[in-house]
Design a protein around this ligand. Structure first.
Ligand code: KG4
Ligand code: ZN
Length: 335
């Protein structure tokens, strides 16, 4: 069966076609970075309007690439939450209308489940059970994954998500938007061990995270420095090292607690090279990631999650829908 995936939860319009027998047929992504850059962050209303402009052209582009027609689609999967409500409603409205017009099922997909399952799109996918570390702009989650829909939350951030802390620290250092990848690139020019930043919440038991203090620590260090280019790079490196080390300590703890030997990382921050290097260096553990282009938001992960859930789907005959700006993973259930 062929599933059309629509992702529109934040500042990227992602469309993909996934075939349960042939794999990913085509995908396309439009990033709104240029649109939001002058405001230094995502402007929700502008994001919604841009999703309206881009979704249908991208669906056509993906169908053309796959050399298929609309009638070749068997189901539509769209991101129903969590995310910006206006942006979500665009994907939901288009996805549901599309499905209704074609008389095929529409599947409301959880964005974080999309990220969580995205490494399964790779050639050498991880086997269940595993521990998943989901690191994005809105979430930092450690999840015990027994199978599709069988998710037990082990820990989460009690304040800023790690991606958000990267972005806010980058903004405070005067770097551009989106801050995470810019800060990571600058960190490569930093002097190792120039500063020693704290590893928040690692010296007490538990699997929750807190990144807001780390961001403040970076800000105070910056204010007390000469604010030279080298200071900027040194602080970027110290922040990244502390964030990565904190994530690694908690992953190790989660693996020990669950007894799992497989760690799966996904979400925007899973593109971070230092994080990958640190986790790859952990002994006796197999670590899996999505390919770089699927670390951030994309339509492929939504189409794939839709295909995974489709078999248990009951066809909806009502053209009504809702979006869920907040939607915890452990409320999903087995498909
Ligand atoms: O998963 P994602 O694309 O969107 C959300 O669902 O939030 O994640 C975006 C987050 C942003 O905070 C961005 O700065 C961060 O991922 N990010 C990175 C890197 N690439 C993206 N953070 C650190 N290092 C990177 N290389
Ligand atoms: Zn995301």
């Amino acid at each position: 069966m062929r599933v059309l995936g629509i992702e529109s939860s934040c500042d990227e319009t992602g469309i993909a076609l996934y075939d349960s027998e042939k794999g990913l047929l085509a995908h396309a992504l439009y990033s709104q970075i240029a649109l939001h850059a002058e405001y230094g962050g995502v402007v929700p209303e502008l994001a919604s309007r841009d999703h309206i402009r881009k979704t249908l052209p991208l669906i056509n582009e993906v169908l053309n690439t796959a050399k298929l027609n609309r009638t070749d689609i068997d189901a539509v999967a769209y991101t129903a939450g969590p995310g910006l409500v206006g942006a979500l409603l665009v994907g939901a409205a288009i996805g549901r209308s599309f499905a209704w017009a074609l008389d095929i099922p529409a599947l409301a997909i959880n964005h974080m489940e999309g990220h969580l399952l995205s490494p399964l799109l790779e050639e050498n996918p991880p086997c269940f059970p595993f521990v998943s570390l989901l690191v994005s702009g809105g979430h930092t989650l450690l999840v015990d994954v027994q199978g599709v829909g069988q998710y037990q939350l082990l820990g989460e951030s009690i304040d800023d998500a790690v991606g958000e802390a990267f972005d806010k620290t980058a903004k405070m250092l005067g770097l551009g938007y989106p801050g995470g990848p810019i800060l990571a690139a600058l960190a490569e020019k930093g002097t190792p061990n120039k500063y020693d930043f704290p590893r928040p919440m690692t010296n007490r038991p538990g699997l929750d995270f807190s990144f807001s203090g780390l961001k403040t620590f970076a800000m105070n260090t910056w204010k007390a420095s000469n604010q030279s280019d080298q200071d900027q790079a040194d602080i970027a490196l110290a922040f990244q090292t502390a964030a990565v080390e904190t994530l690694a300590i908690k992953c190790k703890r989660a693996l020990k607690e669950t007894g799992h030997k497989t760690l799966v990382i996904a979400g925007g921050v899973s593109a971070n090279k230092a994080l990958r290097a640190r986790l790859d260096a952990m002994s006796q553990i197999n670590v899996y990631y999505p390919r770089l282009e699927f670390c951030g938001d994309n339509g492929a992960m939504i189409a794939f999650a839709g295909a995974m859930r489709h078999s248990a789907m009951v066809k909806q005959d009502k053209p009504t829908f809702s979006a869920r700006p907040r939607w915890p993973l452990d409320e999903l259930g087995v498909p």
